[in-house]
Write a protein that binds this ligand. Structure first.
Ligand code: ADP
Ligand code: 5GP
Length: 185
């Protein structure tokens, strides 16, 4: 992977995408794509750092203005990647890290956006359940919805350039760094 490209990371909720992305962001060559969402912030999440938290009206106004390169509805909320910061990071030769769902990744592929597309998979479904409930951020209803969607998402893994199993965190981070061209192969 040459610098100035996108690194697209998807995977079921609870697979450990955010944990892996936070580790990648310790590298100064990597810039995070701060998505917009209509979801409410979780405790500890900061507006403008984790997401741009928007109302549904604000989000729709930005869709109308063409501000998003892709957007999708996930678990009843809208999420979207802003076009302008992505173009700016590419022009600066940085690795632009997008943590987006499979629908968003499909849209970027359809647009011919070049990059490395990585799917983060849990070691198995039981471990996914344990991690998602262990995170303690979702109500029982939302947790069920996320687990149900996980089965559909896992079926999409073959569309990605690489599948990285997040068994041991250090190993998985190392693998993603190599695939992203941040470390020698
Ligand atoms: P996602 O962003 O995919 O929804 P998170 O990064 O929030 O997932 O991870 C879900 C939970 O699993 C968190 O509590 C996190 O600390 C934990 N976790 C992430 N990676 C691992 C791992 N390799 N081993 C054990 N627990 C992990
Ligand atoms: P969460 O609510 O757990 O932060 O994210 C829920 C899902 O939305 C995850 O699969 C995450 O990757 C996805 N997501 C976050 N931002 C975007 C985005 O900008 N576009 C798309 N399509 N999905 C996103």
């Amino acid at each position: 992977m040459t610098l100035g490209r996108m690194l697209v990371v998807s995977g079921p909720s609870g697979s450990g995408k955010s944990t892996i992305c936070k580790r990648l962001l310790l590298d100064p060559r990597v810039v995070f794509s701060v998505s917009a969402t209509t979801r409410k912030p979780r405790p500890g999440e900061v507006d403008g750092r984790d997401y741009h938290f928007l109302s549904a009206d604000e989000f729709r106004a930005r869709i109308a203005k063409g501000a998003f390169i892709e957007h999708a509805e996930v678990f009843g909320n809208l999420y979207g990647t802003l076009r302008e910061p992505m173009e700016a990071a590419k022009a600066r030769g940085q690795v632009y890290l997008l943590e987006i769902d499979v629908q968003g990744a499909n849209q970027l592929r359809a647009l011919g956006e070049e990059g490395v597309y990585i799917f983060i998979a849990p070691p198995d479904f039981e471990e996914l359940k344990r991690r998602l409930s262990g995170r303690g951020t979702e109500s029982p209803e939302v947790l069920q919805r996320r687990l149900h969607k996980a089965e559909d998402e896992l079926r999409e893994r073959h569309r990605y350039d690489h599948v990285v199993v997040n068994d041991d965190l250090e190993r998985a981070v190392g693998e993603v760094r190599r695939l992203a061209g941040l470390d020698p192969a």
